[in-house]
Design a protein around this ligand. Structure first.
Ligand code: TXA
Ligand code: MG
Length: 342
């Protein structure tokens, strides 16, 4: 199958929506990362998403809606918990996914067999135009091959999905660059399952009790059940080995300068670059977490484009604000390998 690269004119959105109405899968821009979108209520369409990604069938998908009222219009949930309503009021449209009790209408394949459904109202206008034109909620995981870094440009999607899906809407670079924050809500407690564009501090400004699930920054223990199935899979990995390095500026610089320049790349801050003698990929300024988040997946994809590179040493961010989301992705890309120079 040829994969069309569409723009965002009305006729492009209409064409993409016609593929979705036929049960097809389309590459969709969102403010977080690109998604692989299909009718969330059509089992066969959703099966095509799993197939295109090579995704394990027990890893549930996020259901994207065009406006808050779609939850009731499409009868997606048994109830909307009050905490969910409060969070939606503050953070939708935006990079927040809320887990709710699913109705019978949502097929089990969409939710990986769980009796809950993850719902998100994206901020990206083209995503919402596509949902509206399709006339159904759209299930959409990140549009990468399972295990690879998430796509933040239409070309990233094209590289992974060429020949597998009929079309990709090119809506430019994703602004946030990291996937949405995923939370579950119960009895007044918000549990953070995956950190993203909405930070713990943001959530705390709305709900008093926010619990960060242990698996956000730590490896699941043997035999432990993941609250969010996505936690247990290898993620975001380039082919080269990725290793996080914890330490002060000088310690990091000395460490990477002692490595073999033909086989190593350093993922560093702009401030470090001029002191480093091996190839570098600049993640952004040290204090600019938004830039680091925005660039992260493109940086991980770049690693494999530098010839001969076998290992990437990456500066380890602090887990504050957006840093928690950046660290959550990096530590998985590194398979939890961290070197401490402290
Ligand atoms: O920003 C995003 O969320 C992007 C864009 C396209 O919207 N989508 C995305 O989807 O990142 P995906 O499939 O790559 O990640 C969804 C995560 C997975 O870790 C999955 O396990 C979790 O959400 N999830 C989905 N439904 C769940 C549920 N019912 N209970 C617990 N976790 C759930
Ligand atoms: Mg993903």
């Amino acid at each position: 199958m040829d994969t069309l690269l569409l723009k965002t004119r009305d006729e492009d959105i209409e064409l993409a929506a016609s593929f979705i109405k036929e049960g097809g899968v389309v590459g969709m821009p969102t403010e977080t990362v690109y998604g692989l979108a299909a009718n969330a209520l059509d089992e066969r369409a959703v099966a095509r998403i799993f197939e295109a990604k090579g995704r394990p069938s027990d890893n549930p998908l996020i259901v994207h809606i065009g406006e808050f009222e779609d939850i009731e219009k499409f009868n997606l949930v048994r109830e909307i918990p009050i905490e969910a309503k409060a969070l939606a009021t503050f953070f939708w449209p935006g990079p927040l996914t809320i887990i709710m009790p699913k109705s019978e209408i949502v097929p089990s394949i969409t939710t990986g067999g769980l009796d809950t459904v993850a719902i998100r109202l994206p901020e990206n206008k083209d995503a919402r135009r596509l949902i509206k034109a399709s006339g159904c909620p759209l299930a959409a995981p990140s549009a990468n091959l399972s295990g690879s870094p998430s796509p933040t440009t239409a070309m990233h999607v094209f590289n992974d999905m060429q020949g597998k899906i009929p079309a990709i809407i090119d809506g430019g670079e994703c602004t946030v660059g990291l996937e949405s924050t995923v939370v579950s809500v119960k009895d007044g407690v918000v549990t953070l399952l995956r950190p993203g564009g909405v930070t713990v501090e943001d959530l705390q400004s709305v709900c008093e009790k926010v619990v960060v699930c242990d698996a956000v920054l730590n490896k699941l223990k043997e035999g432990e059940t993941a609250l969010s199935p996505g936690m247990k899979y290898k993620h975001y990995s380039p082919n080269a080995r990725v290793c996080l390095v914890k330490g002060e500026d000088k310690a990091f610089i000395d460490f990477v300068n002692s490595q073999d320049e033909k086989e190593t790349v350093a993922l560093c801050y702009s401030e470090d670059e001029k002191f480093i003698n091996i190839p570098t990929i600049v993640m952004g300024e040290k204090e600019d977490l938004a830039a680091q988040a925005h660039n992260l997946f493109a940086d991980l994809r770049l690693i494999d484009e530098i010839e001969g590179v076998k290992v990437a040493y990456v500066r380890c961010p602090e887990a504050n604000g957006l840093g928690m989301a950046v660290l959550n992705r990096l530590i998985r890309a590194a398979g939890f390998e961290v070197i401490s120079l402290e």
